[in-house]
Design a protein. Structure first.
Length: 120
């Protein structure tokens, strides 16, 4: 070292060192690119798997509620049919038990409806 400066390196050795560094940097760069690509592929694969699992869970949830809704609709239909049948039977029994009272009620309702409609 002269006067605190770095020792002189012959220019051929310097070129070799620079080329060696370039080669090493290229390898590191390629390795990093490969690792990044692998990481992106792993994230994409995991994302697809998670999305597929979510869709399957949603489908199972919907299927479960569809069955419950069908069961509820069937029960409501049966209950309303039973109520209709009970109302019909009750009306028939009332008419058979009191035919004149039923006739008077029907005539009275008819007069009332006629009166209300005539006022308009």
């Amino acid at each position: 070292m002269r006067n605190g400066t770095a020792p002189s390196i012959p220019s051929k050795d310097l070129v070799k060192e620079i080329n060696a560094l370039k080669t090493q940097l290229k390898r590191v760069s390629d390795a990093m690119a490969s690792d990044a690509s692998d990481a992106l592929d792993a994230v994409e694969t995991k994302g697809r798997e998670t999305l597929d699992e979510t869709i399957e869970a949603a489908q199972r949830f919907i299927d479960g509620y569809t069955e419950a809704a069908k069961d509820t609709a069937d029960r409501v239909a049966k209950k309303s049919a039973a109520m209709r049948d009970d109302a019909r039977d009750s009306l028939v029994e009332t008419v058979q038990a009191r035919p004149l009272g039923t006739l008077a009620a029907v005539v009275g309702i008819g007069f009332l409806a006629g009166y209300l409609l005539r006022r308009r």
